[in-house]
Ligand binder design. Structure first.
Ligand code: ADP
Length: 386
């Protein structure tokens, strides 16, 4: 780590103040680290857990300059960053972890695919594309169209089953650089978190199975019920990317497992990730603590499970409301081995990630864990609380 003043040594800056920074905030306290934020609203979840907040837009480079002057290391809550502007700060000594060089190929889904291929990692068949190009020869439905940048929670991703659906795409997309991608008839969606320290220590968390509905993650089961060969492939991908991209921090990798047992990378998130939330209650070290350890130069903990299995279910908004869903949360809290995390966001809207619940379990049996996930979803999305 660069030379820093003593008073700054234990101070970590985060650009972003949402739920990821909120969960990091609790772990920062446990690790004895001071947490500073740059986030636009005083009502953003992480503000309550930060030692200090610079209230500013995430792209406000003057605010980031101040954050980086005050903190020994600065990290990111999301990948929607302006590399050019941040590069100027890095040249003046700002200590970004992960580094901007690491982030560079990961900000664009097309670049991510190219990067994976460079390391002989399989990805879905793809090409760079624009809606005005028309469908190139050889492409068949179903296919997937994705905005190359700024997509999240399925926003900017469209599964297209026929020409009518292609024609019905929002007109604004014509101006957007896109990725055209073959639809992968996957058997399971998997995900894995991997952390790496500046000295090259790597920790891979248990592989999880995730369930997305309309491109949004609904739940994750740990560990994924996959055979050793598949698990080894996932771990190999995680280690290869972490090492070759020079990760210092943590990243999440979303994958498709095909019926033939192939593992394809769908997406790389250069930060903590929804699919790693289970680690807060089910692992020796959470993904948030691991991220802080990696970027602050502390020894990395163990990512091993403390329990046989776990299921994490996202608590998504399903209405426009100011409700804090207190009654439903109480019911979830009373379930055995339940850990409810409520992010304290101002206002609910359909699909908004308001919280999550993890149930730890004495079994890793997939159908048992899936039944728990379905029970929670029935309860959460039921119109009445009965
Ligand atoms: P986002 O960046 O918004 O999370 P993703 O590219 O990860 O979007 O896609 C969201 C979901 O859409 C995936 O988890 C998967 O369920 C589905 N999906 C994306 N790409 C494909 C594909 N090529 N084949 C099949 N399903 C896909």
């Amino acid at each position: 780590m660069q030379e820093v003043q003593d008073s700054m040594k234990q101070r970590v800056g985060v650009i972003g103040g949402g739920q990821l920074a909120w969960m990091m905030g609790a772990e920062a306290k446990t690790l004895g680290l001071e947490l500073w934020l740059q986030t636009p609203n005083a009502s953003d979840p992480a503000v309550a857990r930060a030692d200090k907040t610079i209230l500013a837009d995430l792209q406000d480079i003057t605010a980031t300059a101040k954050l980086s002057e005050e903190c020994a290391v600065v990290t990111f809550e999301n990948e929607f960053v302006d590399l050019e502007a941040l590069g100027k700060l890095a040249a003046q000594g700002a200590n970004f972890r992960p580094s901007l060089a690491f982030l560079e190929p990961l900000l664009d889904k097309y670049d991510q695919r190219r990067c994976c291929e460079k390391f002989n990692i399989l990805v879905p068949h793809y090409q760079a594309w624009s809606l005005t190009d028309g469908l190139p020869e050889g492409w068949q439905y179903p296919l997937v169209i994705k905005a190359r940048r700024h997509g999240y929670d399925g926003k900017g991703t469209f599964v297209i089953k026929n020409e009518a659906e292609l024609k019905a795409l929002p007109t604004g997309l014509e101006q957007t650089p896109l990725l055209l991608e073959a639809f992968v008839p996957f058997e399971q969606e998997l995900a894995v978190m991997v952390a790496r320290s500046a000295s090259g220590d790597i920790r891979v968390f248990p592989v999880v199975e995730t369930q997305q509905i309309h491109q949004v993650c609904h739940w994750a089961i740990a560990p994924a019920a996959v055979n050793n060969t598949v698990e080894d492939k996932v771990i190999h991908i995680a280690q290869t990317l972490a090492e070759n991209l020079g990760l210092v921090g943590i990243m999440g990798i979303e994958l498709f497992l095909t019926p033939a047992g192939e593992v394809l990378v769908n997406e790389i998130a250069p930060r903590t990730h929804n699919s790693g939330h289970f680690s807060l209650d089910a692992c020796q070290t959470s993904q948030f603590a691991m991220q802080l350890q990696a970027i602050a130069g502390l020894p990395l903990g163990s990512p091993d499970l403390l329990v046989k299995g776990a299921v994490m279910v996202n608590l998504l908004g399903f209405e426009h409301s100011d409700s804090d869903y207190d009654h439903k949360r109480q019911i979830l809290t009373q379930m055995p081995d339940s850990h409810v995390h409520w992010y304290g966001k101002a206002g609910a809207s359909p699909g908004r990630k308001l919280g999550h619940v993890t149930i730890t379990s004495p079994t890793d049996d997939r159908s048992t864990l899936m039944a728990i996930a379905k029970k929670i979803e029935r309860l959460w999305y039921a119109q009445s609380d009965e």
